[in-house]
Ligand binder design. Structure first.
Ligand SMILES: Cc1cc2nc3c(=O)[nH]c(=O)nc-3n(C[C@H](O)[C@H](O)[C@H](O)COP(=O)(O)OP(=O)(O)OC[C@H]3O[C@@H](n4cnc5c(N)ncnc54)[C@H](O)[C@@H]3O)c2cc1C
Length: 274
């Protein structure tokens, strides 16, 4: 049985664990990341792929602004752009009340450099004719966009490995203890690891881990229904959502449209497949 002592242990190789591994390794920490599956194979690899600030609660915007800067430097950070595109994010209003909400948000978010453009019905038709007649207006954030999560999330893990982090894929953590000073992990494959710091980045499975340390977190796994079309002639020039939620859609360079909305259903009892 092999044993490894590091500075930081990370459970979970989604975007959260992998990006933490990257920045910690770049900061000189000895990092080991344990991923039960492949990095980016769970929620981080199969989501809609929206990368936006528009519509986020105001309290999240300072963090979103920092993330926006990181996304702009993705090629340098990861060695791939992950098909990240600042297409703009268009938020449609289906009623005058919804348009008033978009106007209020534009007002309240001033100072966060979103550069929101409010489009009335005729301006929306002129600039985005493919939207059709259903919307009474919209708010457009020109520098928001979308990316291919299937590419971006594993790329964070690969970049972390290049920066010196040890990434263990197909390695499920089966036991976690704390001896008062260090965390000890054991894996299905027979590894024992220890470190003074442990990051619980297990996504939908994080609550169970947290509960083991007396820190229960109310966590429910939920996901939208998603679909991807065959490639279509390019027509959708911006990632698009709707005020109040409901449906969102984007079109990738190959022509496929990715749509999401509502609630999907899970295939097993705990609503999160291992
Ligand atoms: C480019 C991008 C765009 C996104 N766009 C959207 C969007 O438009 N809308 C939206 O709602 N969300 C979006 N998201 C967010 C996404 O839906 C998820 O919420 C997010 O990626 C979750 O990340 P995570 O690392 O917490 O979880 P996960 O990706 O699920 O990672 C957790 C990992 O922990 C591992 N794990 C669990 N238990 C163990 C164990 N015991 N041992 C070892 N490993 C374990 C799992 O195998 C899993 O890989 C986006 C994410 C990305 C990367």
């Amino acid at each position: 049985m092999s044993r490894l002592d590091v500075d930081v242990l990370i459970i979970g190789g989604g975007i959260v664990g992998s990006s933490a591994a990257l920045f910690l390794a770049q900061g000189g920490q000895r990092v080991a990341l344990l991923e039960r599956n492949f990095c980016g194979a769970q929620a981080s690899g199969v989501n809609y792929g929206g990368v936006r600030r528009q519509g986020r609660p105001l309290v999240q915007l300072p963090l979103s602004s920092r993330a926006h800067q990181l996304w702009g430097g993705l090629q340098d950070l990861l060695g791939t752009d992950g098909e990240y595109l600042r297409s703009g994010h268009l938020k449609l209003a289906r009623s005058d009340t919804d348009f008033a909400s978009l106007q209020a948000y534009a007002q309240a978010s001033q100072g966060f450099d979103l550069d929101l453009q409010l489009l009335d019905r005729s301006e929306l038709r002129r600039r985005f004719p493919w939207v059709g007649d259903i919307a009474v207006g919209a708010s457009f954030c020109p520098e928001d966009g979308h990316a291919n999560p299937r590419l971006v999330s594993p790329a964070f893990a690969r970049a972390a490995a290049r920066a010196g982090a040890q990434i263990f894929e197909r390695t499920a953590v089966t036991a976690v203890e704390h001896d008062g000073q260090r965390f000890q992990l054991r894996t299905e494959s027979g590894l024992t690891l220890s470190a003074p710091w442990l990051l619980n980045c297990a996504g939908a499975w994080a609550a169970e881990l947290a509960a083991r340390f007396g820190e229960p977190v109310p966590l429910t796994a939920a996901h939208p229904a998603m679909l991807v079309t065959e490639p279509l002639p390019p027509f959708m020039t911006a990632s698009t959502g709707v005020e109040g939620g409901g449906i969102y859609a984007r079109q990738v360079a190959r022509g496929n449209c990715v749509l999401g909305g509502g609630r999907g259903f899970a295939l097993d009892a705990d609503r999160a497949r291992p």
